[in-house]
Ligand binder design. Structure first.
Ligand SMILES: C[S@@+](CC[C@H](N)C(=O)[O-])C[C@H]1O[C@@H](n2cnc3c(N)ncnc32)[C@H](O)[C@@H]1O
Length: 187
């Protein structure tokens, strides 16, 4: 059974629907081949992995052991996409993957939670192939405001470009309503 985005939004909660259209269209615009290897950093609610899986991509995703952020697998099961998603515990700063093993790394509202952002970005570069992509979605000020209504202590968003200085990356930015997409290409 293939589920389209509108049905998925009806089945899952507001946490999924919140930025689903922007995430989905940003992935579509990248025109990645269907057999690419994709890594998703910071599984959380599984939103990013599910958006990718809904478009037919296989995804490896993970977060540090002990985080147990959310029951992402239940959401993936509801949409019959769990078989496309492989979970592994890892820290973004020390990824358990070989050099140049992925075509794209996605990171949806996880970057501001990572302690050592510069090391994480270096790791993302290490594990992607030449001309590979790193797509970091970070909240803009409207997004931080909405999230703080639920969780007043939510950390500030960060500007990934600040951490990319002197790294072999070029950058394009797509602006969304609540998050912006920082699309880095490995030079
Ligand atoms: C708000 S959630 C991200 C939402 C998620 N990307 C989604 O699509 O539903 C933040 C995530 O960052 C993860 N995280 C925090 N520190 C991390 C680190 N050092 N390495 C990898 N993930 C980390 C947390 O475990 C959590 O899964």
């Amino acid at each position: 059974m293939k589920i389209d985005l509108e049905k998925a939004k009806n089945i899952l909660s507001e946490k999924f629907s919140f930025n689903a259209d922007f995430l989905y269209s940003t992935v579509e615009k990248l025109k990645l081949k269907k057999n690419v290897r994709i890594l998703d950093i910071g599984t959380g609610y599984g939103v990013m992995s599910i958006i990718l899986a809904l478009q037919g991509y296989k995804v490896t995703t993970g977060e540090p052991e002990g985080h147990n952020w959310a029951k992402w697998r239940e959401s993936a099961k509801k949409l019959s996409v769990e078989d496309l998603i492989t979970f592994k515990f890892f820290r973004a700063e020390d990824l358990p993957f070989e050099d140049k093993s992925f075509d794209a790394v996605f990171c949806y509202t996880s970057f501001h939670h990572i302690d050592d952002k510069k090391s994480a970005l270096r790791e993302f570069i290490r594990v992607i192939k030449e001309k590979g992509l790193i797509i970091i979605f970070e909240f803009n000020s409207a997004g931080v405001e909405v999230v703080r209504q639920r969780r007043p202590s939510h950390p500030d968003a960060v500007d990934p470009e600040v951490f990319s200085q002197n790294l072999p990356l070029s950058l394009e930015i797509e602006k969304g309503k609540f998050v912006n997409a920082f699309i880095f290409m490995r030079n």
